[in-house]
Design a protein around this ligand. Structure first.
Ligand SMILES: Nc1nc2c(c(=O)[nH]1)N[C@H]1C(S)=C(S)[C@@H](COP(=O)(O)OP(=O)(O)OC[C@H]3O[C@@H](n4cnc5c(=O)[nH]c(N)nc54)[C@H](O)[C@@H]3O)O[C@H]1N2
Ligand SMILES: Nc1nc2c(c(=O)[nH]1)N[C@H]1C(S)=C(S)[C@@H](COP(=O)(O)OP(=O)(O)OC[C@H]3O[C@@H](n4cnc5c(=O)[nH]c(N)nc54)[C@H](O)[C@@H]3O)O[C@H]1N2
Ligand code: SF4
Ligand SMILES: [Mo]
Length: 686
């Protein structure tokens, strides 16, 4: 039997590890890490190894389906499915206007650029501004905060640093690629100081200094560091004078945030705040490494990202190896179509939509339920959801489900009958990334590696599954938008994307199956920063003019021991959600034996003494209740977690963390909601 080894990449999560896919008689039999892949260096997590079981899961959707009036499903042809979708979308447009259709792309809408690009093209041609995506609670906050400070998006390069501070990221579980490079640099002795700011003593903290923080107080910690660094004259004077504006105002502003005061807020001893501040300011190069969403999902998350940018700037750790680096982005073919109006969320969070004339394509998904259920600011009547499972992953999942149920028409393109797909009128079976080709580059660019590769098709589509591009194209053509969807093959699409980049398909396929660098990193200081002042804006006039804090302040979570002592007396445990585990990506892979065997159920982590206070022991089922809702999970006691805090995973439909979270309050700048620092009460389940 001939075995073929196909070099591709895995996009089961944002790490995009290089893989060697072993195919026998057209069937994927094994996946290995690709050693020569410059990002993942041969690393592969359990989900990567589980891909064959996942892709051939018995419960894969294999043909289009329509919901019957009795709630059951009937099999229909692609023609019937697409004709129905096109007709319903046209009805919505005729009756309510194009903006009444929401286009939702989930986590796959970031890793899978074809999916994201085609969704953008369709919504542009159809004319709805309401493109909603995980950008409304995941990565965009940091991008905005860095843009607002530097005029661009410089990215950390921790493996070349001598000192790093990791805020809320357990790389062994969520970012193995960067984790591996950091461990290598520690082994080589080049990376000398690793500081982990986390309520939990995660594995990387065993090899460095652990700062055990109260969830939701990272901004206060950083302000304490600024107080020390500026107060003790440890900042990079030359860099600040040459490149920054607002330093005088910053100096005055941070005087109030003494380590002693910040210690009361953060639970971090004042001397530790001093120590890490001095280390960070005096060991160069140094980089702050924020978690991918743990700093963001707070009502002060945007300012949490701003204070990182300020610390990075005043210590002069910009555009040097091991600092934060402005990397040239690849230029790819652009499928966007000119936009006509603003999406939902623009009134509430105008900067999330645009600043300095730069517009983001996304609406704020946290306003979706209000639009549907209250018609605010106008009614949304239809939804097409692709590559996401918002009925589980969005906050206040019950209200999200209620909103999806209230829509006139819902279509979901999926691999599985997820909780969201179950609410649809039409379900379209989509190919997994293994069944289609594409361009892989997002992970490089988000990790300071100017690199791209071909994502090679590994196997033929399962059943009647279609790649996302074909689904969008065929809906578009049926609606009379054919000229906007001229592509007929995957090759044509890949060529379209690669054309402006300087790379081409032939070259990537034959010469560089492991991928290729599209440029060199030059570590050049910009002559002029792309901000209104041309400088790094420590004080942001833009924020001030829009009614926001021009410089970060410590803002308590909406419910906390300090902001709401009366609620704290009834809900006396601090709750953080969504720490990643290696077995799953969000709601995905739950039915796959290879990973299910090691993680059969969700585990609520808590210090044994805190558990004992409420009569709970390791292995007990516990109820977790917030002012919003209640779920039950198995207890896992661990001394690694700070006392008084409970950490639960997300993505489990039956014990869904998002029954406990809420759509309000939101970060005033970005509209992100609170997922990392809530209050709850716990009890042993009967
Ligand atoms: N295995 C796996 N990997 C993934 C994903 C997945 O679902 N599974 N999802 C991907 C995606 S989309 C994302 S956004 C990223 C998420 O990645 P990150 O946001 O980097 O999250 P984690 O690596 O899970 O680390 C979260 C850590 O933050 C700590 N923490 C909790 N609250 C706070 C806080 O308020 N302050 C601080 N300092 N620490 C806190 C937790 O104890 C935990 O150790 O992971 C990506 N990688
Ligand atoms: N409480 C709490 N909630 C959270 C978080 C948290 O930390 N705490 N984290 C948030 C974050 S950071 C994120 S990014 C979101 C993620 O939220 P989602 O993106 O909604 O989560 P996933 O489960 O990854 O959903 C992806 C879906 O796409 C399907 N799919 C896979 N491949 C394809 C494909 O090629 N085409 C199509 N059409 N479908 C495909 C999968 O089967 C899966 O159902 O969750 C958020 N929710
Ligand atoms: S970390 Fe795992 S799931 Fe994520 S890309 Fe790598 S192998 Fe795939
Ligand atoms: Mo995310």
């Amino acid at each position: 039997m001939a075995t073929q080894v196909i070099k591709s990449d895995c996009i089961m999560c944002i790490n995009s590890c290089g893989i060697n896919a072993y195919v026998e008689d057209g069937k994927l039999v094994k996946v290995e890490g690709m050693k020569e892949h410059p990002i993942s260096l041969g690393e592969l997590c359990p989900r990567g190894a589980a891909l064959p079981q996942w892709v051939y899961s018995e419960d894969r959707l294999t043909h289009p389906m329509r919901k019957k009036t009795d709630g059951g499903w009937e099999r229909i042809s692609w023609d019937t499915a697409l004709d129905t979708v096109a007709q319903k979308f046209q009805e919505i447009k005729d009756k309510y206007g194009a903006k009444a259709l929401a286009v939702y792309t989930g986590s796959l809408g970031t890793e899978n650029i074809e999916l994201a690009a085609f969704a953008q093209r369709f919504r542009g041609v159809y004319g709805t501004p309401n493109l909603l995506s995980v950008e409304g609670n995941c990565f965009r906050s940091r991008i905005m905060a860095r843009q607002m400070t530097f005029g661009g998006y410089p990215i950390e390069e921790p493996w070349n640093a001598k000192c790093i501070i990791v805020f809320g990221q357990n790389m062994d579980n969520s970012r193995i690629t960067v984790g591996r490079k950091i461990y290598k640099a520690m082994d080589a002795g080049t990376l000398k100081h690793v500081i982990i700011v986390d309520p939990k003593k995660i594995p990387m903290a065993e090899r460095g200094m652990h700062i055990q923080i109260r969830p939701g107080t990272d901004t206060a910690l950083c302000l304490g560091m600024l107080n020390v660094i500026i107060g003790e004259n440890l900042y990079d004077k030359e860099f600040v004078e040459k490149n920054c504006i607002g330093f005088d105002k910053l100096t005055e502003h941070v005087k109030q945030y003494t380590p002693e005061k910040m210690s009361e807020i953060t639970w971090v001893p004042a001397d530790d705040i001093r120590r890490i501040a001095r280390l960070f300011a005096t060991v160069k190069p140094a980089a702050l490494v924020p978690g991918t969403c743990s700093i963001d999902q707070h009502i002060n998350g945007f300012q949490g990202n701003r204070v990182h940018a300020i610390l990075q700037a005043i210590t002069g750790n910009m555009d040097i190896p091991g600092g934060w680096v402005n990397i040239p982005f690849i230029r790819l073919g652009d499928m966007r179509v000119t936009e006509i109006s603003d999406p939902i969320g623009t009134d509430e969070h105008p900067l999330f939509r645009r600043f300095w004339g730069r517009t983001s394509p996304y609406g704020q998904q946290m306003l979706f339920a209000d639009a549907v259920l209250k018609g605010k600011p106008y009614p949304i009547k239809g939804l097409i959801c692709t590559g996401g499972n918002p009925a589980v992953t969005l906050p206040d999942s019950e209200r999200i489900k209620e909103a999806i149920k209230a829509l006139d028409f819902v279509v979901v393109s999926e691999l599985f009958m997820t909780e969201t797909a179950a609410l649809a009128d039409i379900v379209l079976p989509a190919c997994s990334f293994l069944e289609k080709g594409g361009v892989g580059y997002v992970y490089g660019v988000t990790n300071c590696i100017p690199y791209a590769m071909l994502r090679k098709k590994v196997i033929e589509p399962i059943g009647e599954c279609w790649p996302d591009w074909k689904i969008w194209t065929e809906i578009g053509r049926r609606m009379g938008y054919g000229k906007f969807f001229p592509w007929n093959t995957e090759e044509e699409i890949i060529d379209f994307f690669l054309k402006p980049s300087g790379l081409n398909r032939e070259q990537l396929s034959k010469d560089h199956p492991e991928g290729a660098y599209y440029t060199e990193l030059k570590y050049e200081q910009p002559k002029r920063y792309n901000t209104p002042s041309g400088k790094i804006e420590l004080y942001s006039q833009t924020l001030a003019e829009n009614g926001y804090d021009p410089m970060p302040r410590p803002v308590e979570p909406s419910k906390s021991p300090i902001s709401t002592p009366e609620i704290y007396s009834k809900y006396p445990v601090i709750l953080t959600t969504g720490a990643r585990i290696p077995e799953y990506t969000h709601t995905q892979m739950r039915g796959v034996p290879y990973v299910h065997n090691t993680a059969p159920e969700p585990l609520a982590e808590i210090h044994p003494e805190t558990a004992a206070k409420y009569g709970i022991a390791d292995g007990d089922m516990m109820t977790v209740e917030t002012t919003k809702g209640k779920i039950t999970m198995k207890t896992k006691t661990t001394e690694a977690l700070v006392r008084g805090v409970l950490s639960i995973p997300h993505g489990w439909a039956k014990a869904n963390a998002n029954r406990l979270t809420e759509l309000e309050p939101r970060d005033p700048v970005t509209g992100y909601t609170e997922m990392k620092a809530l209050l709850c009460r716990i009890a042993k389940a009967a």
